[in-house]
Design a protein. Structure first.
Length: 358
């Protein structure tokens, strides 16, 4: 099971009206956004990282956490989750602040030339530099093809968990067979009144350890497992009373519940970034190759979201882009200060920041 409360990073419980000020806002907590946080930290620039997913790692951690990656320099083989964990350990000395499970919704430039970013939950963050490291854009959930489901969405049908307390004492149906579905079975079972996991087959794509833990809870009678097709919902005024299931043996039947969480994977869309006032080229953001700055001064784009002559969509290229971006970001965030280029291998100051100085 993925640890959703890992101690090596700080998450912010964002409530409407909360406001933060920092040096750099990073939109996207995938590998490139995480490494950019490291490069900025070396220059004493504080970062707040915003991501629509409920954990760092982006596509690597969400879509192929167990899939091996072979082209990360110095790592002959590493999984998506393994790379994420290593990057989180690397940035730990800089204590970045994460705003997870919320989409970057709107951006404005203030009279003092700083940017104010607002998320869908009403959190606002102000900084002189904005970095877009959003991969292919925002992840949006794949929704079950069920007529009338829209009437329940956001009320009793959910595609993510924004606050666990929302589900305390509730009768939950969790639909899906991947990491997200099983992670939330394991994390919500202790606080929910009941949890039923629904999947169309008795075979799961999640991490083997998570599957073992889920099956142990089923054996103990703490979780109900239904191998069935999810066909519909019943209820009124946005409140689910049951889901409709179907199997060859039972035909159609209902499972009573008052909350449904459906985890059927994610697709990518550019989302609100398209309204940030940037020049776009086929849903990609053109940048220069010296700083990876966009058409708007102070806004940078790194990783798969950007485009330039010779662009390769590789994680290692995004790392390079993040390093050059950080140098340019320093000049904006610290006007008038001299930037001295240092090497981690020989700089005592950098080694102290990283906590490795003898």
């Amino acid at each position: 099971m993925h640890d959703l409360t890992a101690p090596h990073f700080k998450t912010i419980s964002a409530e409407a009206g909360q406001h933060y000020e920092t040096d750099v806002i990073i939109v996207g907590a995938g590998p490139v956004g995480l490494f950019a946080t490291f490069e900025l930290g070396l220059l004493d620039l504080k970062a707040h990282v915003v991501d629509v997913l409920d954990r760092p790692g982006g596509q690597c951690a969400e879509l192929y956490p167990e899939k091996p990656i072979y082209d990360i320099p110095g790592l002959p083989i590493v999984t998506g989750q393994g790379l994420t964990d290593a990057l989180m350990q690397q940035i730990a000395p800089f204590k970045p602040t994460f705003h997870l499970a919320q989409m970057a919704e709107a951006l404005e430039r203030l009279p003092d030339h700083r940017f104010r970013l607002r998320t869908e939950l009403g959190t606002t963050i102000t900084a002189p530099v904005l970095v877009i490291a959003a991969g292919g854009g925002s992840f949006v959930p794949r929704k079950p093809k069920i007529d009338g489901l829209e009437a329940y969405e956001g009320k009793s049908v959910h595609y993510s968990v924004r606050q666990m307390e929302r589900f305390r004492g509730r009768d939950l149906v969790i639909a899906g067979g991947g990491d997200s579905a099983l992670d939330w079975v394991l994390n919500l079972q202790p606080i929910a009144k009941s949890v039923t996991l629904v999947h169309r087959r008795d075979d799961f794509r999640a991490a083997p350890h998570s599957v073992e833990q889920m099956r142990a809870l089923v054996a103990e009678g703490k979780v109900r497992l239904e191998i069935t097709d999810f066909k519909g919902v019943t209820g009124a005024d946005g409140q689910v009373s049951a889901i409709v299931c179907e199997t060859k043996d039972k035909g159609r039947y209902e499972l009573p519940c008052n909350e449904v969480l459906a985890f059927y994977g994610l697709t990518m869309k550019l989302g609100p970034i398209a309204n940030f006032g940037l020049n776009l080229n086929e849903n990609l953001i053109p940048v220069d190759t010296a700083k990876f700055e966009t058409s708007e001064s102070g806004i940078f784009a790194i990783g798969d979201i950007n485009t330039y002559p010779g662009k390769l969509k590789l994680i290692l290229c995004g790392f390079h882009e993040g390093a050059l971006m950080a140098q340019a970001a320093f000049k904006i965030a610290r006007p008038g200060e001299r930037l001295v280029f240092l090497y981690t291998t020989s700089s005592t100051d950098l080694q102290k920041k990283l906590g490795v100085a003898s």
